[in-house]
Ligand binder design. Structure first.
Ligand SMILES: NC(=O)c1ccc[n+]([C@@H]2O[C@H](COP(=O)([O-])OP(=O)(O)OC[C@H]3O[C@@H](n4cnc5c(N)ncnc54)[C@H](OP(=O)(O)O)[C@@H]3O)[C@@H](O)[C@H]2O)c1
Length: 422
Protein backbone atom coordinates (compact mmCIF):
# COMPACT_ATOMS: atom_id res chain seq x y z
CA UNK A 1 0.00 0.00 0.00
CA UNK A 2 2.79 2.45 0.85
CA UNK A 3 4.18 2.24 -2.74
CA UNK A 4 0.81 3.35 -4.15
CA UNK A 5 0.47 6.11 -1.57
CA UNK A 6 3.71 7.76 -2.62
CA UNK A 7 4.01 6.96 -6.36
CA UNK A 8 4.12 9.83 -8.86
CA UNK A 9 1.54 10.57 -11.53
CA UNK A 10 2.02 8.54 -14.76
CA UNK A 11 0.93 11.43 -17.01
CA UNK A 12 2.75 14.25 -15.23
CA UNK A 13 5.48 14.66 -17.88
CA UNK A 14 3.00 14.44 -20.75
CA UNK A 15 0.80 17.14 -19.14
CA UNK A 16 3.80 19.41 -18.59
CA UNK A 17 4.84 18.97 -22.25
CA UNK A 18 1.48 18.99 -24.07
CA UNK A 19 -1.09 20.28 -21.63
CA UNK A 20 -4.10 18.49 -20.16
CA UNK A 21 -6.99 19.29 -22.53
CA UNK A 22 -6.66 16.25 -24.81
CA UNK A 23 -6.68 13.90 -21.82
CA UNK A 24 -10.25 14.96 -20.97
CA UNK A 25 -11.49 13.98 -24.45
CA UNK A 26 -11.05 10.34 -23.46
CA UNK A 27 -13.11 10.61 -20.31
CA UNK A 28 -16.72 9.74 -19.55
CA UNK A 29 -17.22 10.98 -16.00
CA UNK A 30 -19.62 9.85 -13.27
CA UNK A 31 -19.91 12.76 -10.85
CA UNK A 32 -21.75 12.73 -7.51
CA UNK A 33 -22.54 15.80 -5.40
CA UNK A 34 -22.97 18.11 -8.43
CA UNK A 35 -25.56 20.21 -6.57
CA UNK A 36 -23.06 20.87 -3.77
CA UNK A 37 -20.33 23.52 -3.50
CA UNK A 38 -17.43 21.52 -4.91
CA UNK A 39 -19.51 19.31 -7.21
CA UNK A 40 -21.16 22.25 -8.99
CA UNK A 41 -17.76 23.81 -9.61
CA UNK A 42 -16.45 20.48 -10.94
CA UNK A 43 -19.48 20.17 -13.20
CA UNK A 44 -19.04 23.70 -14.57
CA UNK A 45 -15.41 22.99 -15.38
CA UNK A 46 -15.99 19.55 -16.91
CA UNK A 47 -18.89 20.81 -19.04
CA UNK A 48 -17.54 24.16 -20.20
CA UNK A 49 -13.79 24.50 -19.63
CA UNK A 50 -12.30 21.18 -20.73
CA UNK A 51 -13.35 18.91 -23.64
CA UNK A 52 -14.88 16.10 -21.54
CA UNK A 53 -16.51 13.41 -23.67
CA UNK A 54 -19.59 12.86 -21.47
CA UNK A 55 -20.73 13.50 -17.90
CA UNK A 56 -23.22 11.46 -15.89
CA UNK A 57 -24.41 13.26 -12.74
CA UNK A 58 -25.98 11.41 -9.82
CA UNK A 59 -28.85 13.55 -8.56
CA UNK A 60 -31.56 13.12 -5.97
CA UNK A 61 -35.20 13.67 -6.93
CA UNK A 62 -35.36 14.85 -10.53
CA UNK A 63 -33.42 16.64 -13.25
CA UNK A 64 -35.66 19.72 -12.78
CA UNK A 65 -34.80 19.90 -9.10
CA UNK A 66 -31.05 19.62 -9.82
CA UNK A 67 -31.28 22.35 -12.46
CA UNK A 68 -33.09 24.60 -9.99
CA UNK A 69 -30.26 24.08 -7.47
CA UNK A 70 -27.60 24.81 -10.11
CA UNK A 71 -29.42 27.99 -11.18
CA UNK A 72 -29.57 29.19 -7.60
CA UNK A 73 -25.83 28.60 -7.05
CA UNK A 74 -24.67 29.53 -10.58
CA UNK A 75 -27.33 31.80 -12.14
CA UNK A 76 -25.35 32.61 -15.31
CA UNK A 77 -23.30 29.44 -15.67
CA UNK A 78 -26.11 26.86 -15.69
CA UNK A 79 -27.21 27.64 -19.26
CA UNK A 80 -23.75 26.91 -20.76
CA UNK A 81 -23.57 23.70 -18.72
CA UNK A 82 -26.89 22.51 -20.17
CA UNK A 83 -26.03 23.74 -23.68
CA UNK A 84 -22.90 21.59 -23.69
CA UNK A 85 -25.30 18.64 -24.23
CA UNK A 86 -22.86 16.27 -22.59
CA UNK A 87 -24.59 16.19 -19.18
CA UNK A 88 -26.81 13.15 -18.47
CA UNK A 89 -28.90 12.78 -15.34
CA UNK A 90 -28.83 9.64 -13.21
CA UNK A 91 -31.48 9.67 -10.50
CA UNK A 92 -30.37 7.94 -7.31
CA UNK A 93 -29.41 8.18 -3.68
CA UNK A 94 -26.00 7.27 -2.34
CA UNK A 95 -27.44 5.75 0.84
CA UNK A 96 -29.15 2.96 -1.16
CA UNK A 97 -27.63 -0.27 -2.52
CA UNK A 98 -26.28 0.38 -6.05
CA UNK A 99 -27.19 4.02 -5.22
CA UNK A 100 -30.76 3.11 -6.22
CA UNK A 101 -29.74 3.45 -9.88
CA UNK A 102 -31.99 1.82 -12.49
CA UNK A 103 -30.42 -1.45 -13.75
CA UNK A 104 -30.33 -0.39 -17.44
CA UNK A 105 -28.69 2.94 -16.56
CA UNK A 106 -26.17 1.13 -14.38
CA UNK A 107 -25.27 -1.07 -17.33
CA UNK A 108 -24.60 2.09 -19.42
CA UNK A 109 -22.34 3.38 -16.68
CA UNK A 110 -20.51 0.06 -16.49
CA UNK A 111 -19.79 0.13 -20.20
CA UNK A 112 -18.79 3.78 -20.51
CA UNK A 113 -17.49 5.45 -17.37
CA UNK A 114 -13.72 5.99 -17.18
CA UNK A 115 -13.53 8.50 -14.34
CA UNK A 116 -15.60 8.63 -11.14
CA UNK A 117 -15.54 11.70 -8.89
CA UNK A 118 -17.39 11.10 -5.63
CA UNK A 119 -17.99 14.55 -4.13
CA UNK A 120 -21.37 13.86 -2.47
CA UNK A 121 -21.41 13.97 1.31
CA UNK A 122 -23.63 14.78 4.25
CA UNK A 123 -21.63 17.01 6.52
CA UNK A 124 -23.26 17.28 9.95
CA UNK A 125 -20.75 18.09 12.63
CA UNK A 126 -23.05 17.13 15.52
CA UNK A 127 -24.16 13.67 14.28
CA UNK A 128 -23.30 10.69 16.47
CA UNK A 129 -20.48 8.53 15.13
CA UNK A 130 -22.80 5.80 13.73
CA UNK A 131 -24.80 8.37 11.77
CA UNK A 132 -21.61 10.04 10.56
CA UNK A 133 -20.34 6.66 9.31
CA UNK A 134 -23.67 5.94 7.59
CA UNK A 135 -23.47 9.29 5.77
CA UNK A 136 -19.77 9.63 5.01
CA UNK A 137 -18.20 6.19 5.04
CA UNK A 138 -20.68 3.56 3.83
CA UNK A 139 -21.69 5.48 0.63
CA UNK A 140 -18.02 5.75 -0.39
CA UNK A 141 -17.56 2.02 0.09
CA UNK A 142 -20.66 1.43 -2.04
CA UNK A 143 -19.27 3.84 -4.64
CA UNK A 144 -16.02 1.87 -4.77
CA UNK A 145 -17.94 -1.41 -5.06
CA UNK A 146 -19.99 -0.01 -7.94
CA UNK A 147 -16.92 1.50 -9.65
CA UNK A 148 -14.97 -1.75 -9.38
CA UNK A 149 -17.46 -3.19 -11.90
CA UNK A 150 -16.91 -0.34 -14.42
CA UNK A 151 -15.10 -2.01 -17.32
CA UNK A 152 -13.15 1.04 -18.55
CA UNK A 153 -12.43 2.67 -15.21
CA UNK A 154 -9.18 4.64 -15.11
CA UNK A 155 -9.65 6.49 -11.81
CA UNK A 156 -11.93 6.88 -8.80
CA UNK A 157 -11.44 10.22 -7.06
CA UNK A 158 -12.87 10.15 -3.54
CA UNK A 159 -13.09 13.52 -1.81
CA UNK A 160 -12.02 13.20 1.81
CA UNK A 161 -10.83 15.92 4.23
CA UNK A 162 -7.46 16.99 5.62
CA UNK A 163 -9.01 16.77 9.10
CA UNK A 164 -8.98 12.95 9.01
CA UNK A 165 -5.65 13.60 10.75
CA UNK A 166 -7.10 16.00 13.33
CA UNK A 167 -5.98 13.72 16.19
CA UNK A 168 -2.35 14.65 15.43
CA UNK A 169 -0.52 17.34 17.42
CA UNK A 170 0.10 20.71 15.73
CA UNK A 171 2.82 20.70 13.11
CA UNK A 172 3.57 18.89 9.85
CA UNK A 173 0.90 16.51 8.52
CA UNK A 174 2.10 14.23 5.72
CA UNK A 175 0.10 12.96 2.73
CA UNK A 176 -0.31 9.47 4.12
CA UNK A 177 -2.45 7.42 6.52
CA UNK A 178 -1.81 8.38 10.12
CA UNK A 179 -3.03 6.05 12.86
CA UNK A 180 -5.11 7.37 15.74
CA UNK A 181 -4.30 4.23 17.73
CA UNK A 182 -0.55 4.69 17.29
CA UNK A 183 -0.93 8.38 18.13
CA UNK A 184 -2.75 7.43 21.33
CA UNK A 185 0.39 5.54 22.32
CA UNK A 186 -1.10 2.05 21.91
CA UNK A 187 1.56 -0.53 21.16
CA UNK A 188 1.21 -3.46 18.77
CA UNK A 189 -1.07 -3.85 15.77
CA UNK A 190 -2.78 -0.91 14.11
CA UNK A 191 -6.57 -0.98 14.54
CA UNK A 192 -8.60 -3.22 12.23
CA UNK A 193 -10.94 -0.81 10.36
CA UNK A 194 -13.46 -3.62 9.74
CA UNK A 195 -13.73 -4.28 13.46
CA UNK A 196 -13.99 -0.54 14.19
CA UNK A 197 -16.79 -0.26 11.60
CA UNK A 198 -18.71 -3.21 13.06
CA UNK A 199 -18.42 -1.83 16.60
CA UNK A 200 -19.63 1.62 15.54
CA UNK A 201 -22.60 0.21 13.60
CA UNK A 202 -23.51 -2.01 16.57
CA UNK A 203 -23.75 1.22 18.59
CA UNK A 204 -20.71 0.41 20.72
CA UNK A 205 -18.79 3.47 19.53
CA UNK A 206 -15.02 3.64 19.17
CA UNK A 207 -12.61 4.52 21.99
CA UNK A 208 -10.75 7.23 20.04
CA UNK A 209 -13.62 9.23 18.47
CA UNK A 210 -13.04 12.09 20.93
CA UNK A 211 -9.56 12.60 19.50
CA UNK A 212 -10.97 13.75 16.13
CA UNK A 213 -12.25 17.27 15.46
CA UNK A 214 -15.74 15.77 14.84
CA UNK A 215 -17.54 12.47 14.22
CA UNK A 216 -17.62 13.50 10.52
CA UNK A 217 -13.80 13.56 10.31
CA UNK A 218 -13.65 10.26 12.18
CA UNK A 219 -16.07 8.74 9.64
CA UNK A 220 -13.89 9.96 6.76
CA UNK A 221 -10.81 8.50 8.50
CA UNK A 222 -12.47 5.11 8.64
CA UNK A 223 -13.66 5.49 5.04
CA UNK A 224 -10.10 6.03 3.76
CA UNK A 225 -8.80 2.96 5.56
CA UNK A 226 -11.64 0.72 4.44
CA UNK A 227 -11.45 1.89 0.82
CA UNK A 228 -7.73 1.07 0.65
CA UNK A 229 -8.18 -2.24 2.47
CA UNK A 230 -11.22 -3.53 0.60
CA UNK A 231 -10.28 -2.32 -2.89
CA UNK A 232 -6.49 -2.62 -3.05
CA UNK A 233 -6.36 -2.86 -6.84
CA UNK A 234 -8.82 -0.06 -7.63
CA UNK A 235 -7.16 3.03 -9.19
CA UNK A 236 -8.02 5.31 -6.28
CA UNK A 237 -7.13 8.87 -5.36
CA UNK A 238 -8.11 10.23 -1.95
CA UNK A 239 -8.21 14.03 -2.16
CA UNK A 240 -8.00 15.71 1.25
CA UNK A 241 -8.92 19.39 0.99
CA UNK A 242 -8.64 21.67 4.00
CA UNK A 243 -11.47 24.24 4.45
CA UNK A 244 -13.28 25.45 1.32
CA UNK A 245 -13.01 29.21 0.74
CA UNK A 246 -14.71 31.44 -1.85
CA UNK A 247 -13.70 30.78 -5.46
CA UNK A 248 -10.98 32.85 -7.04
CA UNK A 249 -12.37 32.55 -10.59
CA UNK A 250 -14.91 29.77 -11.21
CA UNK A 251 -17.80 29.44 -11.67
CA UNK A 252 -17.41 33.13 -10.77
CA UNK A 253 -15.23 35.09 -8.33
CA UNK A 254 -16.43 34.78 -4.71
CA UNK A 255 -18.70 31.80 -5.47
CA UNK A 256 -19.24 30.50 -1.93
CA UNK A 257 -22.35 28.41 -1.16
CA UNK A 258 -23.30 29.50 2.33
CA UNK A 259 -23.37 26.17 4.13
CA UNK A 260 -20.19 24.82 2.54
CA UNK A 261 -17.72 27.63 3.20
CA UNK A 262 -17.20 27.28 6.95
CA UNK A 263 -15.17 30.44 7.53
CA UNK A 264 -17.92 32.61 6.03
CA UNK A 265 -20.28 31.10 8.55
CA UNK A 266 -17.66 31.65 11.24
CA UNK A 267 -17.40 35.31 10.17
CA UNK A 268 -21.16 35.77 10.55
CA UNK A 269 -21.23 34.21 14.03
CA UNK A 270 -18.17 36.24 15.05
CA UNK A 271 -19.83 39.49 14.05
CA UNK A 272 -23.17 38.62 15.57
CA UNK A 273 -21.88 38.70 19.15
CA UNK A 274 -23.05 42.20 20.18
CA UNK A 275 -19.56 43.47 20.91
CA UNK A 276 -18.92 40.97 23.70
CA UNK A 277 -15.40 40.09 24.88
CA UNK A 278 -14.53 36.63 23.62
CA UNK A 279 -11.91 34.36 25.19
CA UNK A 280 -9.93 32.22 22.74
CA UNK A 281 -7.07 29.80 23.39
CA UNK A 282 -3.88 30.94 21.69
CA UNK A 283 -2.33 28.31 19.44
CA UNK A 284 0.42 26.21 21.12
CA UNK A 285 3.61 28.26 21.27
CA UNK A 286 1.93 31.59 20.39
CA UNK A 287 0.39 34.49 22.31
CA UNK A 288 -2.48 35.05 19.86
CA UNK A 289 -4.15 33.39 16.87
CA UNK A 290 -0.93 33.34 14.85
CA UNK A 291 -1.72 29.79 13.71
CA UNK A 292 -2.51 29.03 10.07
CA UNK A 293 -6.23 28.53 9.58
CA UNK A 294 -6.05 26.47 6.46
CA UNK A 295 -8.42 27.52 3.72
CA UNK A 296 -8.28 26.89 -0.04
CA UNK A 297 -10.58 28.37 -2.71
CA UNK A 298 -13.16 25.81 -3.75
CA UNK A 299 -12.31 26.22 -7.46
CA UNK A 300 -8.67 25.40 -6.71
CA UNK A 301 -9.85 22.19 -5.04
CA UNK A 302 -11.80 21.38 -8.21
CA UNK A 303 -8.75 22.16 -10.38
CA UNK A 304 -6.50 19.94 -8.29
CA UNK A 305 -9.04 17.06 -8.37
CA UNK A 306 -9.34 17.24 -12.16
CA UNK A 307 -5.62 17.61 -12.87
CA UNK A 308 -4.67 14.72 -10.58
CA UNK A 309 -7.48 12.61 -12.08
CA UNK A 310 -6.18 12.91 -15.65
CA UNK A 311 -2.56 12.72 -14.50
CA UNK A 312 -3.36 9.32 -12.95
CA UNK A 313 -2.20 10.24 -9.43
CA UNK A 314 -3.10 7.53 -6.92
CA UNK A 315 -3.01 7.44 -3.13
CA UNK A 316 -3.45 10.51 -0.94
CA UNK A 317 -3.07 14.21 -1.76
CA UNK A 318 -3.69 17.24 0.44
CA UNK A 319 -5.16 20.34 -1.17
CA UNK A 320 -4.64 23.27 1.16
CA UNK A 321 -3.23 26.72 1.66
CA UNK A 322 0.32 25.67 0.71
CA UNK A 323 -1.02 25.73 -2.86
CA UNK A 324 -2.56 29.18 -2.41
CA UNK A 325 -1.62 31.45 0.48
CA UNK A 326 -1.24 31.16 4.21
CA UNK A 327 -3.75 33.02 6.40
CA UNK A 328 -3.74 33.08 10.20
CA UNK A 329 -6.68 33.21 12.61
CA UNK A 330 -5.49 36.69 13.63
CA UNK A 331 -5.65 37.85 10.00
CA UNK A 332 -9.14 36.41 9.53
CA UNK A 333 -10.38 38.27 12.63
CA UNK A 334 -8.63 41.47 11.53
CA UNK A 335 -10.48 41.33 8.22
CA UNK A 336 -13.65 42.14 10.14
CA UNK A 337 -12.11 45.21 11.81
CA UNK A 338 -10.48 46.42 8.57
CA UNK A 339 -13.62 46.23 6.45
CA UNK A 340 -16.46 47.26 8.78
CA UNK A 341 -18.99 49.17 6.62
CA UNK A 342 -19.66 52.73 7.75
CA UNK A 343 -23.34 52.06 8.36
CA UNK A 344 -22.79 48.82 10.34
CA UNK A 345 -24.54 49.37 13.64
CA UNK A 346 -23.54 46.36 15.78
CA UNK A 347 -20.42 46.73 17.93
CA UNK A 348 -17.58 44.37 16.97
CA UNK A 349 -16.36 41.72 19.45
CA UNK A 350 -13.13 42.15 21.41
CA UNK A 351 -10.96 39.04 21.37
CA UNK A 352 -8.86 38.06 24.33
CA UNK A 353 -6.32 35.25 23.76
CA UNK A 354 -5.16 33.10 26.69
CA UNK A 355 -2.30 30.60 26.80
CA UNK A 356 -3.77 28.69 29.74
CA UNK A 357 -5.97 26.04 28.13
CA UNK A 358 -7.79 25.30 31.39
CA UNK A 359 -9.60 28.67 31.03
CA UNK A 360 -12.92 28.06 29.24
CA UNK A 361 -13.13 29.49 25.71
CA UNK A 362 -16.11 31.38 24.32
CA UNK A 363 -18.86 29.36 22.63
CA UNK A 364 -17.64 30.17 19.11
CA UNK A 365 -14.05 29.12 19.82
CA UNK A 366 -15.33 25.82 21.19
CA UNK A 367 -17.51 25.35 18.13
CA UNK A 368 -14.64 25.95 15.70
CA UNK A 369 -12.40 23.32 17.29
CA UNK A 370 -9.76 23.56 14.56
CA UNK A 371 -9.59 27.38 14.88
CA UNK A 372 -6.69 27.56 17.31
CA UNK A 373 -4.77 24.55 16.02
CA UNK A 374 -1.70 24.85 13.84
CA UNK A 375 -1.44 21.89 11.49
CA UNK A 376 0.79 22.39 8.45
CA UNK A 377 -0.77 20.23 5.77
CA UNK A 378 1.93 19.10 3.36
CA UNK A 379 0.75 19.57 -0.25
CA UNK A 380 4.04 18.41 -1.82
CA UNK A 381 2.41 15.98 -4.26
CA UNK A 382 0.56 18.88 -5.91
CA UNK A 383 3.36 21.45 -6.19
CA UNK A 384 3.96 20.50 -9.83
CA UNK A 385 0.36 21.51 -10.66
CA UNK A 386 1.35 25.13 -9.99
CA UNK A 387 3.40 25.11 -13.22
CA UNK A 388 0.24 24.64 -15.31
CA UNK A 389 -1.81 27.37 -16.96
CA UNK A 390 -5.26 27.46 -18.55
CA UNK A 391 -8.66 27.06 -16.88
CA UNK A 392 -7.37 24.58 -14.29
CA UNK A 393 -4.49 26.80 -13.19
CA UNK A 394 -3.72 27.18 -9.48
CA UNK A 395 -2.22 30.64 -9.98
CA UNK A 396 -3.78 33.75 -8.43
CA UNK A 397 -2.49 37.30 -8.52
CA UNK A 398 -2.44 39.42 -5.36
CA UNK A 399 -4.79 41.95 -6.90
CA UNK A 400 -7.53 39.31 -7.40
CA UNK A 401 -7.00 37.91 -3.93
CA UNK A 402 -7.32 41.36 -2.33
CA UNK A 403 -10.49 42.09 -4.32
CA UNK A 404 -12.00 38.79 -3.17
CA UNK A 405 -11.17 39.59 0.48
CA UNK A 406 -12.93 42.97 0.33
CA UNK A 407 -16.01 41.55 -1.40
CA UNK A 408 -16.09 38.63 1.00
CA UNK A 409 -16.02 40.86 4.07
CA UNK A 410 -18.80 43.01 2.60
CA UNK A 411 -20.96 39.92 1.88
CA UNK A 412 -20.43 38.56 5.38
CA UNK A 413 -21.38 41.88 7.00
CA UNK A 414 -24.44 42.06 4.77
CA UNK A 415 -25.59 38.58 5.78
CA UNK A 416 -25.22 38.96 9.55
CA UNK A 417 -28.62 40.51 10.32
CA UNK A 418 -30.61 38.12 8.14
CA UNK A 419 -28.91 34.83 9.08
CA UNK A 420 -28.40 35.29 12.79
CA UNK A 421 -31.11 36.34 15.21
CA UNK A 422 -29.75 39.40 16.99
N1 LIG B 1 -16.99 22.30 2.63
C1 LIG B 1 -15.75 22.15 3.09
O1 LIG B 1 -15.15 23.06 3.69
C2 LIG B 1 -15.02 20.83 2.88
C3 LIG B 1 -13.70 20.74 3.30
C4 LIG B 1 -12.99 19.56 3.10
C5 LIG B 1 -13.60 18.50 2.46
N2 LIG B 1 -14.90 18.60 2.06
C6 LIG B 1 -15.49 17.45 1.35
O2 LIG B 1 -15.73 17.87 0.02
C7 LIG B 1 -16.86 17.16 -0.52
C8 LIG B 1 -17.86 18.15 -1.07
O3 LIG B 1 -18.28 18.98 -0.01
P1 LIG B 1 -19.29 20.20 -0.27
O4 LIG B 1 -19.02 21.21 0.79
O5 LIG B 1 -19.26 20.56 -1.69
O6 LIG B 1 -20.66 19.48 0.08
P2 LIG B 1 -22.14 20.10 0.00
O7 LIG B 1 -22.11 21.48 -0.56
O8 LIG B 1 -22.77 19.88 1.32
O9 LIG B 1 -22.85 19.17 -1.09
C9 LIG B 1 -23.18 17.85 -0.78
C10 LIG B 1 -23.63 17.17 -2.05
O10 LIG B 1 -23.86 15.79 -1.74
C11 LIG B 1 -25.16 15.45 -2.21
N3 LIG B 1 -25.78 14.43 -1.39
C12 LIG B 1 -25.99 14.47 -0.05
N4 LIG B 1 -26.61 13.35 0.34
C13 LIG B 1 -26.82 12.61 -0.79
C14 LIG B 1 -27.43 11.36 -1.04
N5 LIG B 1 -27.98 10.63 -0.06
N6 LIG B 1 -27.42 10.88 -2.32
C15 LIG B 1 -26.88 11.60 -3.32
N7 LIG B 1 -26.30 12.80 -3.15
C16 LIG B 1 -26.27 13.30 -1.90
C17 LIG B 1 -25.97 16.75 -2.15
O11 LIG B 1 -27.08 16.64 -2.99
P3 LIG B 1 -28.52 17.29 -2.67
O12 LIG B 1 -28.55 18.59 -3.43
O13 LIG B 1 -29.49 16.30 -3.20
O14 LIG B 1 -28.60 17.49 -1.18
C18 LIG B 1 -24.93 17.74 -2.64
O15 LIG B 1 -24.85 17.70 -4.04
C19 LIG B 1 -17.38 16.29 0.63
O16 LIG B 1 -16.83 15.01 0.51
C20 LIG B 1 -16.83 16.97 1.86
O17 LIG B 1 -16.68 16.05 2.91
C21 LIG B 1 -15.62 19.75 2.24
Amino acid sequence: MSAILSSSAPHEDEIKRRGYASLFQKHTVFLTGSTGALGACLLYKLATQVPTHKIYVLIRGSADLAIRKWKKAMPVQTAPILKSRIVHFVVGDMTKPDFGIDAAVMEDLRRQVTLVIHAAAKITLDADVAEAVENNCLPSLEMARIASRFRRLKMLVQVSTAYVSSFLPDGHVGEKLHSVVAEAGEKGEDEDPEEALRAILRGEGFPYTERFSSTYTHAKYLMERLMLKRFPTLPLLLVRPTIFGPAVRDPYPNYAPENSTPLNKFGMLFLASHGETQTWHAAEGYDTGANTLDEIPVDFVANACLLHAVAGTQGIVHVGSQLFMKVTLDEIMQLAYAHTPEDYRNPLPTVHFVKDRSIPQCFLADLVKVGSRNWLFDCGRSFWLKQLGGPLSLAACQHDVDRIKVKRAAEIFERVPRTVKL
